[in-house]
Design a protein around this ligand. Structure first.
Ligand code: AMP
Length: 271
């Protein structure tokens, strides 16, 4: 993969890159669409990265369908799919980790110790292998995008990072490969995530600025559903991810909610 990329770049071609864990959906396809428009060549990686899953999380169960992904990737104009094995990415003796500090301490970082170290390590490796000029990530994983931007700046990585909007089902549920885990009942209850975000935005549009009552409203809407359990629910500054008590133009409402055993995340800007 690296050899191919170096040859293409030597020939003056720009490489656009979309890293994923596969089981592609419209969210991934939106990244690929943008990638195709912004490079001469489009590389998709599919790798369910064991290093970013904690003990007892869903690494083994994570949905995989390389054949279906291949067909979708072809339609999306992908030039190369890079789908390494875990043993190729983490061979015997592997010992070098990339660890972004501070903005990995809160939110998903607090709930999933070691998760972001796994993400940044694999993304740094993928950047070294694929040698992209530009890479595309979804705002769905808001903290992940902030962490990757930090890593790229701090490590002087020579590429541009682009973040794209969350793609949702018609009823509002953010698309996720993990939505396949949901029972019909959980799927219905999970609608309260995007619904409560919309309510929060409306409260702010109506003049609310104190974070506490907005968060209480969101909490009540979600906790009205017996299968849902809030992991975190916070209003944070978009760059530092520090919690805010007052809403402003940099405020993002972020939440993670368990629907049964399935952990769902969603977020939105409030202004
Ligand atoms: P994943 O395969 O879940 O690791 O996601 C790969 C990339 O797709 C990440 O940059 C995600 O943020 C992005 N992504 C996942 N779901 C969505 C969505 N619903 N809308 C936009 N981007 C998404």
């Amino acid at each position: 993969m690296q050899q191919w990329s170096l040859q293409q770049k030597a020939a003056g071609r720009r490489i656009a890159f979309v890293p994923t864990m596969g089981f592609l959906h419209e969210g991934h396809l939106s990244l690929l669409d943008e990638g195709r428009k912004n490079g001469d060549l489009l590389v998709l990686s599919i790798f369910v990265n064991p290093a970013q899953f904690g003990v007892g999380e869903d690494y083994e169960d994570y949905p995989r369908d390389l054949a279906a992904d291949g067909a979708l990737a072809e339609q999306a104009g992908v030039d190369v799919i890079f789908a390494p094995t875990a043993a190729q990415m983490y061979p015997r003796g592997f010992a070098t980790w990339v660890d972004v500090e501070r903005i990995t301490d809160m939110l998903c970082g607090a709930s999933r110790p070691g998760h972001f170290r796994g993400v940044t390590t694999v993304v740094a490796k993928l950047f070294n292998i694929v040698q992209p000029d530009i890479a595309f990530f979804g705002n769905k994983d808001f903290q992940q995008l902030a962490v990757i931007r930090r890593m790229v700046v701090d490590q002087n990585m020579p590429l541009k990072i682009v973040g794209l909007s969350i793609v949702r089902e018609a009823d509002g549920l953010a698309l996720s490969s993990r939505n396949t885990y949901l029972t019909v009942e959980q799927r219905m209850q999970a609608l309260s995530l995007s619904h409560s975000l919309a309510v929060a935005r409306q409260l702010v549009a109506d003049g609310a600025r104190d974070a506490a009552p907005i968060l209480k409203e969101v909490r009540d809407l979600i906790e009205a559903h017996p299968e849902l359990r809030i992991d975190y629910l916070q209003i944070c500054h978009q760059f530092s991810l520090q919690e805010q008590t007052q809403v402003d133009a940099d405020s993002v409402l972020l939440l993670a909610v368990f629907a049964g055993k399935t952990r769902l995340i969603d977020n939105c800007f409030l202004i």
